[in-house]
Write a protein that binds this ligand. Structure first.
Ligand code: KIV
Length: 282
């Protein structure tokens, strides 16, 4: 999207209750480029990269180095898009110093505009510490996959846990987060949480009343036959298209159709003749 300016954290706060924010999780240069040219405003370099790109079962093995590496590629592909780097498991749990050092790496080395931390009231003081150092923080409450132990179910289905999620949202907002991802909660609770905080909520399976929405780009594109998040919506079915392209390539290589003259370089006739005579094959 030529001419567009990157949203700042402040711009994003100002969108509360206004035009819906759009965010996608993405991990590499070509997809980041396409996301930017489609006009999507935020990219999350999510720790979902562990499962979606690196083939792990959970996000737990993802490291700060992994996120820095993928973040740099995304930033190169989408220089006018607000990029949020996920803080991986145990990269912010040990101490304020550890959290701040790792958040700083994601900004300084990864080139991200903000970091995202999972957790509510317990993690709020850490959010405050990072925000006080001048790094914008996006919160993440409801289903928090780093802590889910592999069970990715709907949260907040009884009064006590619904109230706990509202309290988490308020604590994260009070700690200075500029936006909050709200994952896998009933739509009614998504509305209540959105009304309870002054910063935008970005929903993923949290109903239509959040201030924005996010998905994982590979789910949206239908790259894998199985959705990474079962509640995601698929907007394309690229997996079979990609497979068919790979199969055609194999067929054409084996049958000699590829490479054809248009995919090959011809040698000038005099050079070819001189080469043949130098090799004694003429
Ligand atoms: O890691 C990720 O992609 C996420 C989204 C699902 C919000 O946290």
């Amino acid at each position: 999207m030529e001419g567009r300016t990157k949203l700042t954290a402040r711009d994003i706060v100002a969108r509360k209750g206004g035009a819906k924010l759009t965010m996608l999780a993405a991990y590499d240069y070509p997809i980041a480029r396409l996301i930017e040219s489609a006009g999507i405003e935020l990219i999350l370099v999510g720790d979902s990269l562990g499962m979606v790109v690196l083939g792990y079962e959970t996000p737990v093995p993802v490291t700060v180095d992994d996120v820095v590496y993928h973040c740099r590629a995304v930033v190169r592909g989408a220089p006018r898009t607000h990029v949020v780097a996920d803080m991986p498991y145990l990269s912010y749990h040990l101490s304020d110093e550890q959290a701040l050092a790792n958040a700083g790496r994601l900004i300084q080395e990864g080139g991200a505009d903000a970091v995202k931390l999972e957790g509510g009231r317990i993690i709020a003081p850490r959010i405050r510490r990072i925000v006080d150092a001048g790094i914008p923080v996006m919160g993440h409450i409801g289903l928090t996959p780093q802590l889910a132990g592999g069970s990715f179910g709907v949260q907040g289905q009884d009064v006590a846990s619904a109230l706990a999620i509202v309290a988490d949202a308020q604590a994260v907002a009070d700690a200075g987060a500029y936006a909050i991802v709200v994952e896998a909660i009933p739509s009614e609770l998504g509305r209540i949480v959105t009304e309870a905080v002054a910063v935008p909520t970005i929903g993923i399976a949290a109903g239509p009343d959040c201030d924005g929405q996010t998905l994982v780009s590979t789910d949206l594109l239908g790259i894998e036959s199985k959705l990474f998040l079962s509640f995601a919506k698929r907007y394309a079915d690229l997996g079979p298209t990609i497979e068919a392209a790979f199969a055609s390539y194999v067929d054409e290589v084996r049958s000699g159709v590829f490479p054809g003259p248009e995919h090959s370089f011809a040698m000038p006739e005099e050079t070819a003749q001189a080469l043949r005579s130098a090799l004694g094959s003429e």
